[in-house]
Design a protein around this ligand. Sequence first.
Ligand code: SF4
Length: 292
Amino acid sequence: MVVAVDTPTEVPASVAPVASTEPRHLSPSSAVVFEQCPRRWRFRYLDRLPDPPGEAALVGTFVHRILERLLGEVPAERTVERARAIAAEEWPAHRDQAEVAALGLDADGVRRFKWQVWQAVNGLWHLEDPTGVEVVATEQRLDVQLGAVPFLGVLDRVDATADGVVVSDYKSGRAPGGAYVADKLEQVLLYAAAWRADSGTQPKRARLLYLGARSIEIEVTADRLDQAVGRLHERWDALNDCVRCERFEPRTGPLCAWCPFAAQCPEGSREIRRRLDAGLVPPHAPAVRHVA
Ligand code: SF4
């Protein structure tokens, strides 16, 4: 959690005023939520309304755990067979977590879940040979100042290469295209900036590893880091303005149909209904049930 605030005792039917409490940290993921919709950010990070992770997020968590252990092995042991053994060892603990149990997977669901996990883990070998990686750190918590922004995040992996340090972020979802690539790269550039702030070493490259699909990579330069931190700064200022003014405007759009807080958001509910009527939302989108 990136902010420490009082949790309201009651969920408002509409959007009630919020106690103005300064956020303590900003993570790349909370910055993205704020950018998508300030109202959604408020529900999640100030009001702390329940936002249970879906199947895709829990698949991603399990994949991260397997790869963290795999890359912790001596290089020669980082094999497909070892990855399979780690997955089998880790599965009971993962399966028994409350959030996974809450998915209510039947036998077919479990098979589908494991299949998605394995597609992602096995996909690492499509991108690189893990036996040739010199690992510096995995799942590195970074709690640093980036300019005036208190940054908090967990960096998936840091490697040493012949020409310098490389920071990597694993992704188990579909690789982005077009204009979305720059947004995704900005997140990993922030991790590069945080690593520089923490270690004093500027990474040479930053990578997004879309497991089983492709690797998207950018050369890290001081200018790029400064620009990414500058934009983070703008979000941080905007976010604090919202908190001070107790105004979190809804940013309605296609994502409303996937928003876990649509039932608490009159504007979002209206947007979903409008899109449904226009045939712009698939009826199985998760938030549709709130307006049916
Ligand atoms: S329903 Fe839409 S407008 Fe409302 S909080 Fe969610 S994303 Fe924002």
